[in-house]
Write a protein that binds this ligand. Structure first.
Ligand code: WQD
Length: 338
């Protein structure tokens, strides 16, 4: 079965391509290389023994998308990662985010609208919950006003898919709301390549520890949590990748109760920033140089998943611990900077 993975050379996409190829799927990747590298193909091939077909293509170009689907008319499913995803950048440049994240999604859905039994797995985010009131967060938690244009594009994306599925029962869609993906494949052949200064905590920690950054700034320790720092649900990227295969298999086996379903994908465990630092110092056996600074605008106090639905309905569960994720991220950092 041929599956299109958009953004398949990115951090999460590349890990999903490996898991799909391990399961025998025939994968085609579209990526515009705006936040990834073609050499990631080598890493994927080294792990799964297969170099997936790859086309450099910008999904904002409707004509190019149409031409692609004319040439690949046997695509049965799409796993859609290709999107801009930097929260801060989206505040400064909202139209880039609406054009890229919304238009690309519409053009893809238009291409599968007339296919029999098309499968569509959407890369969503816990960001859609905004400042959730109750922890852990369930899929029924209210969708609050987005905190950024990036988060808004994920909310809008889910609505576009839901409305499309309402009138196209030939499309089976599943949205996966990720919590905080971290780590790298155990082979250290693929991992995260943050472009420029990392916005996310774990790559900033590993770059500080290897000497690329002088010091980690901890954005605030005056939050209403046990140690004053924010709490998140850090999920190993390989666990996250396997959730996509579980979702695709669910759709193929027609086990889905509705032709649009949503699942939280996390570990179900909350860890504070200081918890992460302590865990990293333990696995790396190195003290981390950090200082407490002011809060970062837009941060929510706490966000961690209720994973009951993913465990019981999707039949998926995270296996790796926070330490496993941090150790794999550290090994990856040492490999690419070593
Ligand atoms: C985690 C915690 C920071 C960096 C974002 C997006 C989300 C998803 C994952 C795309 C927070 C603290 C961070 C640093 C710090 N991305 N921190 N110093 O903000 O939870 O989620 O990335 O889908 O949509 O919003 O992740 O790693 O940026 O922050 O203290 O240098 O680490 O304040 O408490 P976040 P993060």
């Amino acid at each position: 079965m041929k599956i299109l993975v958009t953004g398949g050379l990115g951090f999460i996409g590349s890990h999903v391509v490996v898991e799909l190829q391990n399961e025998g799927f025939d994968v085609v990747i579209i990526d515009n290389l705006s936040n990834s590298y073609e050499t990631v193909l080598d890493g994927i091939r080294k792990i799964s023994g297969i170099a997936p077909k790859f086309e450099k293509l910008d999904l904002r170009d409707k004509a190019l998308v149409e031409d692609f689907f004319k040439r690949y008319d046997d695509i049965s499913g799409i796993i859609h990662f290709a999107a801009s995803k930097a929260v801060g950048e989206s505040v400064k440049n909202p139209l880039l985010y609406y054009e890229n994240n919304v238009n690309s999604l519409v053009y893809l859905l238009q291409q599968i609208q007339h296919k029999d039994n098309a499968h569509f797995i959407f890369s969503s985010s816990c960001t859609v919950y905004g400042r959730a009131d109750e922890m852990p967060i369930t899929e029924n938690a209210p969708i609050k006003p987005a905190e950024s244009p990036y988060g808004n594009t994920k909310q809008i994306g889910e609505e576009i898919i839901s409305d499309t599925c309402e009138v196209n029962d030939n499309i089976n869609a599943i949205a996966l709301r990720y919590f905080n993906p971290i780590g790298a494949h155990e082979s250290v052949n693929i991992g995260e390549f943050p472009v420029g200064t990392p916005q996310n905590l774990v790559p900033y920690i590993t770059q500080t520890s290897i000497g690329l950054r002088k010091q980690l700034s901890v954005f605030g320790d005056d939050y209403p949590t046990e140690d004053g720092t924010c709490i998140r649900d850090y999920i190993h990227v390989v666990d996250l990748a396997k959730a996509h295969v579980a979702a695709l298999n669910r759709s193929i086996a027609k086990k889905n109760k509705d032709n649009y379903e949503v699942f939280n994908i996390g570990t179900g465990k909350g860890s504070s920033v200081l918890d992460v630092i302590k865990a990293f110092e333990k696995i790396s056996n190195k003290k981390l140089n950090y200082k407490i600074v002011d809060r970062r605008v837009g941060d929510v106090v706490s966000a961690y998943a209720d994973t009951k639905k993913a465990n019981d309905v999707l039949g998926w569960k995270a296996n790796f611990s926070l330490e496993d994720g941090l150790l794999s991220a550290w090994k990856w950092e040492q490999k690419i900077r070593g």
